[in-house]
Ligand binder design. Structure first.
Ligand SMILES: C[S@@+](CC[C@H](N)C(=O)[O-])C[C@H]1O[C@@H](n2cnc3c(N)ncnc32)[C@H](O)[C@@H]1O
Length: 261
């Protein structure tokens, strides 16, 4: 089965199973879902960031991309236009808004993002949550330069951009800080995803959360997600199709939710 058929089939199955807020009994989860999905509101920074996205989506300059991950589905070449990266690699405004709200409602003060790309999602979280500090990792130097430029344009001082491979940089950051929220958005292979999961849960705040992006990007990403949610150390898991969220907190009894997004 090709990847597009796999995603379409997975989306159909997800739509059949996904439930709304009335399926949630935990007051914390209900509040999170209601605030961040059902009643999600645009922040004061929405227009500024979306204008920047618009500009990037029109930028025809080509850069050399050193891809350390599973590659792009749209462009296999290492020469990529900035507009293509902006259109196909970034989380949408709605998804970035959700992550920003999730960071706020879980009072996450220390965030690690694996996969900064052009920086729009981390920018959104950083601007909406000025008391949060984000360590974001990007393996491609040319992409990171544009992200850093975007952070400067947006006057952001609560993001530190690390240029390097997740395989080395992630562990180093985890040795220095106790992350409350980790967003895994790059290197979409089963092996890498499970490696980052194990590294994260051994070193992060035990009451924190991990968000895995693109859990239906491929069959092997869904296998990784299923392995993660059946792990005994994982208590809560939430499938929003675009993201999978987990916690290892003892405050939650083991439960898996599939919720409409
Ligand atoms: C999907 S994009 C991230 C999008 C970003 N989170 C957003 O929503 O704006 C994934 C990024 O991860 C980077 N990446 C993939 N594998 C990597 C690795 N092993 N080490 C460092 N960076 C990697 C890629 O260069 C790419 O820019």
């Amino acid at each position: 089965m090709n990847k597009n058929t796999y995603i379409a089939k997975s989306y159909f199955n997800y739509k059949l199973k996904a439930k709304g807020r009335h399926s949630i009994h935990s007051p914390f989860l209900y509040n999170m879902y209601n605030t961040c999905v059902v009643k999600s509101e645009k922040s004061q920074y929405h227009n500024e960031i979306e204008q920047l996205r618009n500009t990037l989506e029109k930028d025809k300059r080509e850069i050399y991309v050193n891809d350390l991950g599973a590659g792009s589905r749209k462009n296999k070449s290492n020469e990529r236009k900035i507009c293509q990266i902006a259109k196909y690699s970034l989380k949408s405004a709605k998804e970035a808004q959700f992550l920003s709200c999730f960071a706020s409602i879980t009072q996450s003060k220390s965030i690690i993002e694996l996969g900064c790309s052009l920086g729009l999602t981390s920018a959104r979280i950083a601007l909406d949550n000025p008391n949060t500090y984000i360590n974001s990792i990007e393996g491609c130097e040319n992409i990171a330069k544009i992200a850093q430029n975007n952070f400067t344009k947006l006057n952001i001082s609560n993001i530190k951009l690390h240029i390097g491979n997740f395989d080395t940089v992630f562990q180093k950051i985890l040795m220095d800080i106790s992350a409350d929220l980790i967003f895994v958005d790059g290197n979409h292979t089963k092996e890498a995803t499970l490696k980052y999961f194990n590294l994260a849960i051994d070193n992060m705040n035990p009451n924190g959360y991990i968000v895995f992006d693109d859990i239906y990007w491929s069959q092997e990403m869904t296998e990784a997600w299923n392995t993660i949610i059946s792990d005994n150390r994982v208590s809560l898991s939430i499938d929003l199709f675009h993201f999978g969220i987990i916690s290892i907190s003892k405050d939650f009894s083991k439960q898996n939710f599939i919720l409409k997004f």
